[in-house]
Design a protein around this ligand. Structure first.
Ligand SMILES: Nc1ncnc2c1ncn2[C@@H]1O[C@H](COP(=O)(O)OP(=O)(O)OP(=O)(O)O)[C@@H](O)[C@H]1O
Ligand SMILES: [Mg+2]
Length: 273
């Protein structure tokens, strides 16, 4: 598959090597319609290991639809997706997850009545060793809580103290942090975050953005959807601009300032060169 053109001139020297490799995730000509509404009109995307690709666009531009098509929540009407060069078809989010892509959807994906450790391990619970686990299907709660505590701590979420605490008793920001921690802990190739800082305070947003940088620096590929332009210009390596179901272009924080980015997003300006 041909790589999409990159704004290489505008990528800092120190990071150019990232783009010599093959993209970890590629999508070509993704189309999805909902009755008469065009969700995506033939969108292309390349995502590289070690980069943060931000996706910006107005309400309804197709940002969530795009990542849902990439992560198995929607099945596109047509188009193709490759993971590490091989064609993939994700029919449900579980398929993408098993392939190493973890997603935090815009509509928060935690189960409030369960505790933090159970939320972190949702769908991948560990069983007790021996016959208790294999025959009686007993969950290794202690082990999950210990490991959950460790991964939450690794990610610097110090405000959460008790892994046995029900998620419904957490603040909105802490809930979001649990969802992001879960993605960070299990995403082995790609982590996709749809508006992870929308409900967060300044301190918590900073924490999530630090986590995003940490994931990128650990060699993962991150897709970050956000309406917060300062956040985007702070963490993104490249910025995919989604507009009216299509891609209006890919820029970098070095090639365009926030004002220009927003102008392209709203159609006040088109991307030339
Ligand atoms: N399941 C669905 N059924 C019908 N229409 C849908 C569905 N999912 C998305 N759409 C439509 O597709 C378009 C793109 O929606 P999408 O949620 O991707 O926007 P977005 O860019 O994420 O917006 P926001 O910034 O508000 O989150 C909208 O017109 C939306 O109404
Ligand atoms: Mg959305």
């Amino acid at each position: 598959m041909e790589k999409l053109p990159l704004a290489v001139d505008h990528i800092p020297e120190a990071k150019r090597h990232i783009y010599d490799a093959e993209p970890v995730l590629s999508a070509r000509e993704l189309v999805i319609t909902f009755g008469r509404v065009v969700g995506l009109d033939g969108v292309n995307l390349d995502l590289y290991k070690g980069e943060v690709l931000a996706v910006i666009g107005d309400n309804g531009a197709g940002k969530s639809t795009l990542i849902k098509c990439l992560t198995g929540a929607y099945v596109p009407d047509s188009g193709s997706i490759r993971l590490e060069g091989s064609p993939v078809t994700f029919r449900r989010p579980q398929d993408a997850r098993e392939a190493g892509i973890e997603t935090v959807y815009q509509q928060l994906a935690v189960i409030p009545a369960l505790d933090i450790a159970s939320n972190l391990y949702l769908g991948r619970e560990t069983r007790r060793k021996g016959v208790l686990g294999s025959v009686f299907r007993m969950l290794d709660k202690g082990g999950m809580e210990r490991e959950a505590g460790q991964s939450v701590q690794d990610l610097g979420i110090q405000t959460i103290q008790n892994m046995g605490q029900a998620v419904e008793t957490l603040s909105g920001g802490q809930r979001q942090a649990v969802a992001v921690a879960r993605a960070a802990a299990f995403g082995s190739k790609v982590v996709v975050l749809d508006e992870p800082t929308a409900a967060l305070g300044v301190k918590e947003s900073g924490m999530v953005l630090d986590m995003v940088k940490q994931l990128r620096d650990n060699g993962l590929a991150v897709i970050l959807i956000s309406h917060n332009m300062p956040h985007v210009w702070d963490v993104a390596d490249r910025i995919h601009i989604q507009r009216l179901g299509g891609c209006a272009g890919v820029i970098t924080p070095q090639s365009h300032d926030m004002g220009e980015g927003v102008a392209i997003m709203t159609g006040a300006k088109t991307l030339s060169g």
